[in-house]
Design a protein. Sequence first.
Length: 332
Amino acid sequence: MKDAPMESTQDIVTRILAGEVRAAARLMRDLDDGVPGAREVLKHLYPQSGQAHIVGITGSPGVGKSTLTDRLIQHLRNQEHTVGVVAVDPTSPFSGGAILGDRIRMQRHATDEGVFIRSLATRGHFGGLTASARAVLTVLDAMGKDYLLVETVGVGQDEVEIAATAYTTLVVTVPGLGDDIQALKAGLLEVADILVVNKADREGAERTQQDLLAMLDLRFAKETPAWMPRIYLTQAKRDEGISELLAGIQEHQAYLSREGGENLRAARLERVRQEFLELMKEGIYHHLVSLLRQDDRLQAILEDILDRRTDPYTACETLIAQTLPGDDSNTS
Ligand SMILES: Nc1nc2c(ncn2[C@@H]2O[C@H](COP(=O)(O)OP(=O)(O)O)[C@@H](O)[C@H]2O)c(=O)[nH]1
Ligand SMILES: [Mg+2]
C-alpha cells in the first residue's frame, strides 16, 4: 500500500474539528501505533475538548452493556444528540471475537454521521489501554460529540477506572447477583451514580433491586450523599426501561451542573487529575528506561541486584535521586 502524502498537523486538526470521520479514525490508529506526530495533533485538539458529557458503562461480561449502549445511542439520537462510543473489550486482539460482536451489535449506527464507535482491545496500545481510551475520548470530544459512552468490562482496575472517571457512571448487573454482589461490595458500588439491573425479564429482578437498595442504605447509613445513586430495571434486548434510564442519566447530568456547576467542575478536575498523573507515570518511566538504555546501565544495575550487592528498592531510589532533582522528602 502506498503511503498517503504527509499532511500537516494543522490540516489534520482542522479536519477533525470539522467532524471528519476518516481523519479521526486515522488519528486513533496512529495514536495506537505510536506514530510520531500523532500526539502533536492531540495537543492541538485538547483545548477544543471538554464539553461532551461522558457516561461510563461498566459491569461483568455478558450483563448486556453493549446492548444497552446500542439502545442508549438510539435514544440519544432520537433527541438529536451526537454520540461517540468507546468500547473496551477484553478479547484478545488475535481472535477479535467480542469486538466484532460489539461492532455488529452497534452496526446499524455505522452509517449514521452523528455516531462514531471505536472498539479497543485490552492489549496492543501504545502507552497503555487507559491512555488510549482517554485519547479516543479527547478526539471524539473535540469533534463535538454531545455524549460520549464508554463501555468497559468491570474486571481489572484499569477498566473500572476508565468508567469511573466518566461524569456519570453506570454499573450494570443482572438478576441473581451471585458473584456480582462481591464485585459490588469490593468497590463497584463506590463508583456508581446509577445502578442498572438489566435482563429484568429474568426472574428475581425485583429481589436484586431490593438487595442493591439495602447495600446503598448500608453505605449511606451515616450521611445522605448529595446524589443518591438511582436504580433502574431495564430489558436492553427489548428496549424496555431505556427512556427512564436515559432520563436518570440526564438528571445526574443536570445535578452536576446545578448551582454554578461546582460538582461538574469537581468531576472534570478528577478526570484531569487522573489523566495527568497517568501520563506522568508513563512519561517518567519511558524517560528513565531510555536513559538506562543509552549506557547499558540497566544491565549493571540488574547484575548488582542479582549478586546482592544492592536490592531493587535501593537501586530504584538511587536512580530516581540521581535523575530527578529536588525531592528531599523520603517518599518510600
Ligand atoms: N434476556 C435478556 N437478554 C439480554 C438483555 N439484554 C441483553 N441480553 C443478551 O445478553 C447477551 C450479552 O449481551 P452484551 O450486550 O454483549 O453484554 P456485554 O458483555 O455486557 O456487553 C446477549 O446475548 C444479549 O442479547 C435483556 O434485557 N434480557
Ligand atoms: Mg460488550
